[in-house]
Design a protein around this ligand. Sequence first.
Ligand SMILES: [Ca+2]
Length: 449
Amino acid sequence: MAKRPWNVLDITGSLVLTGLVVLIVGMMLAAFLGIGAFILGIVFFVTFAVAAVYAPESKQGRPKCQSCGRILKSPDKCGVCGANQLTRVSEVQLIAISSVLLLIGVIFIGAAGAYSETEITKVGDLRETDNFRQTRVIGKVVDIVDYYPEKYEETGTIRMLLNDGTGDIYVKIVPGISKHFIETSYIPGFGDTIDCEGALFVGDEGYMQIKVRDKNLFKIVDTPVQHITLQQLMESGKSDFELASKVSIEGQIQGKYYIEGFAWILDLGDQEGRSISLFIPETITQLTGELDLSTLYLSQVNVTGGLEWYEDGQSWEIIPGSVQDLRILDRYTGDTYVNLTVEQFLANASAYQNQYVQLNDVIVAWHYADYLFSVSDSSSSWDEVSIFVDYDANTSTNFDVGDKMTVRGWVTFYDENDNNLPDEGEWEIKIRALSSDYALTAEDMEGTR
Ligand SMILES: [Ca+2]
């Protein structure tokens, strides 16, 4: 008769085999491995401790079953418990196996405890009674990140406002570890998703804050970025995008404006004269590096950032996460200018749209400010072209109506009637900073030539 496995192994042997199979299944369901091995270890241990204590000892020297202790009728198999007397698993082996299982169980339970993650809490569920509790939240950065530098050290506190859909909570990264994040440029931007953990503070009037003190407990989660065009964004209303959605968009840096100690506002435009604003608060340059405007200006760039609704302008603007989020695709190289009279220019302005023209020895016909005026061919002419000067562009100051000038710049239009078309009277020449454009009076021309 062929030997089948259940004939080779006795009951306890089968039990061990079953236990090992269960353990392997447990390993596949790794989460339960620790506790599974631990319980199996206890079961084996108890079973054999009991067996060892209660198994009757041999009294007359007759062969007894090595498993149950009863007197054997056949030398190789117990007639009572069925234990095979030749391939029987001994108690010592079983105790060894149960000890190993106990050890594995303890190690895994210990490891699971050390690496277990704190449960994610919904901001809306937090109460004052949760004060000082270790708390973990996942949410989106919904405001500009703040930075409070230390007085005598190259670090500071980074603070951001998160929203997880149930409420707002501030997250503060203490100077001790924010240094690490600044050095590695690991700074979240507007619209980024954050997974962080720290002690909770619940203050008056629902103010809530988590203080992150461990650099391993702050992570920027990969947030999907939507690729859109400038036109798409310009045609979108407030309801078309979720606030702080992350987008990536291409365009030319066409205008720049600096608000001292607060922010840079750059125009991202296309060749049709459309543009949106990039809002770059000073915190971003403080934390992620200086804006290299001499390279960026007039370059074709790709910008990634979070969408912010600009209520005053009823338009979307983009807040990049870092200065590295403005990626240059094509650098600006100098322009060549077509020499024209005002009359020639106005007669065929649309032919020059997005090109560069130069008007020599024209007369200032109207002067609102040094950055917004108009010029004509002679003081008796009614034909005028508006000149708009970018911040920091090469231009004269303190000039007035009647002064003689030379201007050269980019031909675009100021869409007064909001129809996206250059209508009569809307043509203007833009004097761009960091370009070969200028608007200089005759006196200044002499000085610069
Ligand atoms: Ca128009």
